[in-house]
Design a protein around this ligand. Sequence first.
Ligand code: ASP
Length: 411
Amino acid sequence: MTRTSLNSQIALGVLLGIVVGVGLATLDQTTPLAIQSLYFVGLISTLFIDLLKMVLVPLVFTSIVVGVANLQTHQQINRVWVVTITYFILTMILAILLGLFVTNSLRPGEELQIAMFQDIMQASEAKQMTWQAFFAQFLHSLFLNPLAAMAQGQILAIVVFALIFGIALVVGGNRYTNILNLMKELLELILMLVNWIMRLAPFGIMALLIQLIATQDIELLMTLIQFVYVVIGTTLFHGLVILPLILFLTTRTTPIKLWKGAREALITALATSSSAATLPVTLRCVEQYLHVKPDVARFVLPVGATMNMDGTALYEAIAALFIANLVGVDLNLTQQLIIFFTAMFAAIGAPGIPSAGMITMAMVLQAVGLPVEAIAILLPIDRLLDTVRTMVNVEGDIIGSMVVQYWVDKT
Ligand code: ASP
């Protein structure tokens, strides 16, 4: 299938998804028609995500091993490491600063009555987690038995093991040529499977969008509409202005070229709300349409999908300030600094799965003494907000790989 026809099919899928989703949302959700439609749509969307997840673990492992091995032999590994990590940290800092600035200026949530949310808050069983506990857990999750990590889909541990494995393969030299070749062939094979799975993308994306729109809690959404605007507006500003500007200033690539090349990945991110599930598509876009060399893409993207989350970092900061406004707490500068650091940590630690940012949010709230139960207010609308922040997370990874490629080429 040509790229144009797949792209127009995906566009049609998005359009139909929105139209049918809105139609279903207006139906009484208890009618047999609505129940059966949602059941059917649920089957298709789960199937699509399951297929992406099926190839995810072997893809992450082989792509990092091959990426590291190739980079090592080119002796570019140091530069790639430094540029990648600097880019990840800098863009997340920008995202959090933007979130703090906008929320401090607009102060959403101040006029809302907390009493309205008392019921939800009481019903919540949100877990309390201090930043110390979070750090210990994070450290612990880095080094796992690789087979257990693969079986359980613990991507961060797989990334760490693959990095070490790739380095060892290079240090071992010619003795391990067979293993390296095996990894390369395995990776090519998995990428072929990704291309097959993408043929189902128009249906998967349509089903995911129908499900998302039809099951929104409109009443709560309207109550929190100001917050929703601030989150979506700021996230889009980061994704439409800040990130493309960084790309343009470093590589002279225009936003149009970026979005044309990245659209399959961005739409998949929006529909799945998972950077990890989107990774196979992201790799394909970056290598095939944006012409980043496989060595760079296969190293930067899997690491980025796990650790680099601009949208999530920004959201953590905005949501923490929003909750403070809601409960009438005025956060001073020190507390905002704590939010700054914990939001960064929470974004790095959040796995690339739907609503992961809401789970690590507990740590941010806890760090400044805000009620963790307040997460329950945001959870029902999180699926919607997660769409945009995951899209910006993935865009950040894509731009990261292009920036790294540029620096590698310069030397
Ligand atoms: N869903 C996001 C992602 O996969 C993580 C988050 O919940 O913020 O990138």
